[in-house]
Design a protein around this ligand. Structure first.
Ligand code: KIV
Length: 285
C-alpha cells in the first residue's frame, strides 16, 4: 500500500512551480484505480470516454451522470489519495449554469471528487465561473473536445492554422479568468500548447497529445495497454499489450476446459472419505 498523503491542489501547483511534470491518467474501475494509486499517479480522470472504453458506445454522447457517478465512486474506493477529477458528461452542463453547478456538486458529494472537468472555451466561461463560485475546482478542456467531435470534423489535430490556434489561446485565457485552475489541451500543436503554458498565470496546463511544454501529461489508460479494440490513437504511447495477454489467456482457458486439462487438482477441493460415506448413507435413507 502506498503511504502517500492525499494529493491536494497546493501539491499540484508546487510541482508546476518546481518544474516537475504532473502525471494524470484516465481510470474507470476499482482494480485499475488500485494499481494507479500504487504507482502514485498524481491525478486520475474518470473520463466520459468510459462510454467507449467500458460501455462500447461509438462516442461519449450517450454517457449519463448516473454512469459517471457509479464509475467514479468505484475509482475513489481504489485510489483514496489521488487527485480525482470527474468528467461532466454530454448535456450535464451545456443547458444552463444552474444545471452545471448541480451536476458538478454530485461529483463532489456522491463520488468524493476533488474537481470536475468540462469541455469548451469562452462560451463555457459562465459555467466554469458558476461551478468555481460554488466552491468546486474546475478544469477546462480545449482542442479536440470529443463531445463536439461532429462539429470539429472528427478526431483530428486542432489549431493547425493561426486563426484557429489564436482562438484556442483566447479560450484558454477566458477559462483561466473564469476561475479554472487547470486546462487540458487535447491534440493541439506543441508550440501552441507552449504559448498557452507560457501565458498561464495561475492555471495548470495539461497536455494530451499536445507535446511536452505543459505542466503535466494525460494519457488514456486503455490506449497505454492495448485495451481498446477499435483503435489506438497515433499520439498514444503503448506501455504494454495487456489486451494481447488477456486474449491469449482466454484462448488457453477455452482449450483447456474443452480438452479436460482444466480444472487440475490444485483448482478444486475434496471432502473427507468419512464425511462422504456419511453423505451417501444419508442419500440412501
Ligand atoms: O473522457 C475523457 O477521457 C477525456 C479525455 C479524452 C481527455 O475527456
Amino acid at each position: 500500500m502506498t503511504q502517500r498523503k492525499k494529493v491536494l491542489l497546493p501539491a499540484l501547483f508546487k510541482k508546476a512551480l518546481n518544474g516537475e511534470p504532473i502525471t494524470w491518467l484516465t481510470c474507470y474501475d476499482y482494480p485499475t484505480a488500485y494499481f494507479q494509486e500504487q504507482a502514485e499517479i498524481d491525478m486520475i480522470l474518470v473520463g466520459d470516454s468510459l462510454g467507449m472504453t467500458m460501455l462500447g458506445y461509438d462516442s461519449t454522447l450517450p454517457v449519463t451522470m448516473g454512469d459517471m457517478i457509479r464509475h467514479t465512486q468505484a475509482v475513489r474506493r481504489g485510489a483514496p489519495t489521488a487527485f480525482l477529477v470527474g468528467d461532466m458528461p454530454y448535456m450535464s452542463y451545456q443547458a444552463s449554469t444552474e444545471e452545471a453547478v448541480r451536476n458538478a456538486g454530485r461529483f463532489m458529494a456522491e463520488a468524493f471528487c476533488d474537481a470536475i472537468k468540462l469541455e469548451g472555451g469562452a462560451e463555457m466561461a459562465d459555467r466554469v465561473r458558476g461551478i468555481v463560485d460554488a466552491g468546486i475546482p474546475a478544469i477546462g478542456h480545449l482542442g479536440l473536445t470529443p463531445q463536439s467531435v461532429s462539429s470539429l470534423g472528427g478526431f483530428r489535430l486542432q489549431g493547425k492554422g493561426a486563426l484557429q490556434a489564436k482562438k484556442i489561446i483566447d479560450d484558454a485565457k477566458a477559462l483561466e479568468k473564469a476561475g479554472a485552475f487547470a486546462i487540458l489541451l487535447e491534440l493541439v500543436p506543441d508550440r501552441v500548447c507552449q504559448l498557452i503554458t507560457e501565458r498561464a498565470e495561475n492555471c495548470l496546463i495539461m497536455s494530451l497529445g499536445s507535446g511536452p511544454h505543459a505542466h503535466g501529461q494525460l494519457l488514456i489508460y486503455h490506449d497505454m495497454f492495448g485495451l481498446y479494440p477499435k483503435f489506438t490513437p497515433k499520439m498514444a504511447k503503448v506501455y504494454g499489450n495487456a489486451g494481447e495477454v488477456i486474449l491469449d489467456g482466454l484462448k488457453m482457458y477455452q482449450l483447456e476446459v474443452t480438452s479436460g486439462e482444466f480444472p487440475g487438482k490444485e483448482n478444486y477441493f475434496g471432502i473427507k472419505d468419512s464425511e462422504y460415506e456419511e453423505l451417501l448413507d444419508m442419500l440412501e435413507e
